[in-house]
Design a protein around this ligand. Sequence first.
Ligand code: AMP
Ligand code: GLY
Length: 424
Amino acid sequence: MKVLIIGSGGREHTMAWKLKTDEPSLKLFIAPGNAGTASLGENVPIAVSKIEELTRWAEKHRPDMTFVGPEVPLCAGVVDAFEKLGLAIFGPNAKAAQLEGSKVFTKGILQKYNLPTAKGQSFTDANAAHLYSQSLGYPQVIKADGLAAGKGVLIAQTPREAAMAIHQVMVEKAFGSAGAKVLLEEFLVGREASIHVVTDGDTYRYFPVSQDHKRIGDGDTGANTGGMGAYAPAPLVDEAMLETISKTILDPLFIAFKQEGIDFRGILYAGLMLTAQGPKVLEFNVRFGDPETQVLLPLLETPLLEVARAVTEKRLAKLDLKFRKVSAVSVVMAAANYPGEPRLGDAIKGLDLVPDEMGRLVVFQAGTKKQGREIVTSGGRVLTVTAWDESLERARELAYHGVSKIQFAGAQFRYDIAAKLTAV
Ligand code: AMP
Ligand code: GLY
C-alpha cells in the first residue's frame, strides 16, 4: 500500500504518524515533507504549488491514496488532476475548494441560501467599496477575496481606518491579486469556534471540537499567527450547540452544495462566531487546521486510510467513525522573530530526550530540516509537542514536559495552551 502526503508542516507530520501507527507496513511519500516526515517515509522534493510536477510523480508511482494538507494545491486543482488519472485523493476539487479560495464566492453562497453570516457586500471597484463602507458602522471588517496566508482580514475601528484598509487591499495590492475583489462586512460580536467535519458530499460527520490559540503571546496578546497551540475536545461547543450548527448551517449548506453542483469531499473546517443571535459563519477552510490536526488525529481511533477511502468511495454514512475518550494538547514551538520573517538555521537540541510516555507524547515537526548530522530550524513554526491522556490537565503537563526538553536559540512558545478552558 502506497500513500502520498502533500505538505510539509506539523499537520502533515501528524498525518504521516497516524497512517504509520495504523499500518506500520505502509509505504509513505511526503512532498516535500520535513525532517520529521523523513523518519516515517520518503520525502519527495516537490513544492506544494507545483501541481504538474506532483501529477507527473503520481502518474509514475501510482499511490493508492493521496492526502493534501494545505489549501494552495487544493485551490490550484490538484484533486482534479489526480482524479483525471484515476487516482484516489482525499480533498475537495478546485470548484469546491473555492469555499476557502474566494471569500466573495463563499459569501455569495451564504447569502443566496440565507445561511447565517455577517451582513456584507463584495466589490471590484474601490470607489463603490468606500461608499458602502460609510454605510456599514464601526468596527467593520475588510477582507481580501483570495488566499492571503491568513493575513487578508483587516478590522477597522474608524472611517479613516476603513478607508485606509480598502486602499491598502484594492489599490496598493498589499495581498497581491487576492485583493482584486474585496468583501466588506459588519463586525460580529461573540466567541469564535472552529468545527471540523469530514464529508463525502452526501454525509458529514463531526470531529471533536478543538480550540486553537492564534496570538503569539500568553493571554491572547501580540501578533496573529498561524496558531500557537491547540487542545481537544474543547468545552466551547456543547451537544445542543452542535445540533444548532447542524440545523442552521451545515444541513442547509450541503443542500446548497447540491443545488450549485459542488461535490465537496474531504475536510470542511468552519470558522463560526457564536453570537447572541446564534452561530454565524465567518469563513470556511477546505482542509484540516494546523495545529488542530495535531490534537484531532491522536483522538481518531478509526484508521485514517479507512476514513479517506470511505470519503473517496462515497460511503461515509456506513463508516464506524470512532474517537478515543482522551484529551490532547499540542504546544507549538516557533522560531525567533515569528510571525515576522523567522530566523532560520538554528540547531534543535533535545528531540531525543523527549520521553515517549507509552506513546502518548510525540513531537510533530514542521519547519525543520536535516543539515549534516543536525536538525535545524527551517520555518516559522518549528515543531509541535503533543500529548494525550484521560485527564486534560495531565495531557497538558506531559506536553509541557516535552517542551522543556527541547532547545533552540530564540525559541518562542506559549505557556498557557489549554490553561483557560472556556465553557459555554
Ligand atoms: P476569516 O479568515 O474570515 O475567518 O477572518 C479571520 C479572523 O478575523 C476571524 O477568525 C475573526 O477573528 C475575524 N473576523 C472575520 N470576520 C469577522 C466579522 N465579520 N466580525 C468579527 N470578526 C471577524
Ligand atoms: N489553525 C488555523 C488554520 O489552520 O487555518
